[in-house]
Ligand binder design. Structure first.
Ligand code: 13P
Length: 274
């Protein structure tokens, strides 16, 4: 099933799809195993940094092979990209979904760059995600003045033709200072006046009740990255304090398993929001 069809299906059920970033074989396995246990499809995401680290073909092959071995449906998505050359390479390699992130530009420039990418992606029939408003990158502060305006979102979607849109409603990438708060009303308003699938970035650290409300009110894709990196590294540190085993094949599975449990919990929240 194409990702856009799946989005429609989960949206009609007022549920969402988890989109989890992976960084290596182990994190990809942890994510895919969680989806496998729940027999639930999932989006596997790669940033330019992860592609540079693993290599484009290797990263894609890991995602595809692990999905096959876990017997789950997955879609591979290019997360936050402002490099049109890399977007083209990912489309040519067979990615199911891409994101053009021009959210640091003003709305006119964002519309112009995003429209260009929508045109490039058209022959591939994939999901094209963009961002309007600004979801702070790690270590940047949340700024209500940069939340997505519903009317601007409608204009942006109408003029660019994107199929999904990341919106700024109080979430941020990386760790939160204090309890995260989302503007649920704003999600509902944007959903009401736009014909686009809405994406929540920065879902690490958001309590389950808030995540659930966001999904019930119109979020269709929920992005998680920081929780995976944080948990994987903390788990490795924990196990390395208890063992001198140099066989990494005995050590890494503990961290993979912790990622699996965490992602399983997140999938349960977003795919059972009702
Ligand atoms: P976190 O790293 O805060 O989970 O955000 C993930 C994300 O939005 C990826 O695009």
């Amino acid at each position: 099933m194409k990702l856009l069809e799946k989005f429609k299906e989960v949206q009609n059920q007022k549920k969402a799809l988890m989109a989890a970033n992976f960084y290596n074989l182990e994190t990809c396995k942890g994510i895919a195993q969680a989806a496998g246990i729940l027999e639930c499809p999932i989006i596997l995401q790669l940033t330019a940094g992860s592609i540079e680290y693993m290599g484009l073909k290797t990263a894609l092959a890991i995602a595809r092979t692990v999905s096959e071995e876990e017997n789950i449906q997955t879609w591979v998505h290019l997360d936050h990209c402002n490099d049109i050359k890399l977007i083209k390479s990912c489309l040519d390699e067979g990615f199911d979904s891409i994101m053009i992130d021009a959210s640091d530009k003003n709305i006119e420039e964002n519309i112009s760059v995003t429209s260009q990418v929508v045109k490039i992606a058209e022959p591939y029939s994939v999901n094209v995600e963009a961002e309007l408003g600004y979801v702070p990158k790690p270590n940047r502060e949340i700024d209500k003045n940069r939340f997505t305006e519903p009317l601007e979102a409608k204009r942006f979607v109408d003029e660019t033709g994107v199929t999904s849109l990341a919106i700024a409603v109080g979430s941020k990438h990386g760790f939160y200072n204090g309890e995260p708060k989302l503007d649920i009303q704003r999600i509902a308003e944007i959903k009401k006046i736009t014909d686009v699938f809405l994406v929540l970035h920065g879902a690490s650290g958001i309590p389950s009740e808030i995540l659930s409300e966001a999904v019930k009110n119109g979020i269709t894709k929920v992005n998680v990255a920081t929780d995976t990196k944080d948990l994987f590294m903390k788990s490795l540190k924990e196990i390395l304090q208890k063992t001198d085993d140099i066989d990494l094949r005995n050590v890494f599975p503990f961290a993979t398993n912790q990622v699996q449990k965490m992602i399983k919990n997140k999938i349960e929240i977003v795919s059972m929001a009702n």
